[in-house]
Structures are given as structure tokens and as C-alpha cells.
Write a new protein. Structure first.
Length: 106
């Protein structure tokens, strides 16, 4: 499945719009506390362990969005947007959204 932040896919024509699709992942406060307690790889203010958790949440959100696009009959997602939000009690939500489409090569 092609997933892109652009409104179209170069070399392809959008044949049908299937609808808006989303994927959400919420990471609980305990995950952060555990990672902060075990961080030993902070270099220059960056935490590899923290970044790994965020990357996992992003990957999960994108996969969920793509799964929904397939269920809608799409073979691509255009206009993808990723949002990171802090919600109460130190939880973090990663949301991926876009438009599921059916594309064909030109």
C-alpha cells in the first residue's frame, strides 16, 4: 500500500475516493515512567529509548490506518497527517489520518 503526505501519487491516477481513515495509539504513563527509569543512552539531550517508543506508536497508528483503508477498498492513502497529543496523566496519543483512495498507474 502506498501511503503519502501528498494529495496525489506521482505517475498514478486516483480512480475513487474511499473515505477518511485514521489510526490511533495511546501510550500510557507507566510506559514513560519505566523508560525514564531505565534510560542510560541519553546523548545530547536525546533519548533513544523514548524515541523508540514514539516510533512504535507511529508505526502502529500508520498500520491501523492502512488496515482501515484496505477495509474501505483502497490501495493507497493520500494526504497523511501525523499528530502527537499529550492527554491527561502523562499519556501520549499518536494519530495518523488520511484519505483512502484507489489508484492506478497512468
Amino acid at each position: 500500500m502506498i501511503t503519502t503526505t501528498t494529495p496525489s501519487v506521482e505517475g498514478h491516477e486516483i480512480k475513487r475516493y474511499c473515505g477518511i481513515v485514521t489510526g490511533e495509539t495511546i501510550i500510557g504513563a507507566n510506559v514513560f515512567r519505566d523508560f525514564f527509569a531505565s534510560i542510560t543512552d541519553i546523548v545530547g539531550g536525546r533519548s533513544g529509548a523514548y524515541e523508540k517508543v514514539l516510533k512504535e506508536a507511529k508505526t502502529t497508528s500508520l498500520a491501523e490506518m492502512e488496515m482501515q483503508a484496505r477495509a474501505f477498498g483502497g490501495n493507497a492513502v493520500v494526504g497523511v497527517d501525523l499528530d502527537y497529543e499529550t492527554i491527561r496523566d502523562g499519556m501520549l496519543m499518536v494519530t495518523a489520518s488520511g484519505t483512502a483512495v484507489v489508484i492506478e498507474p497512468k
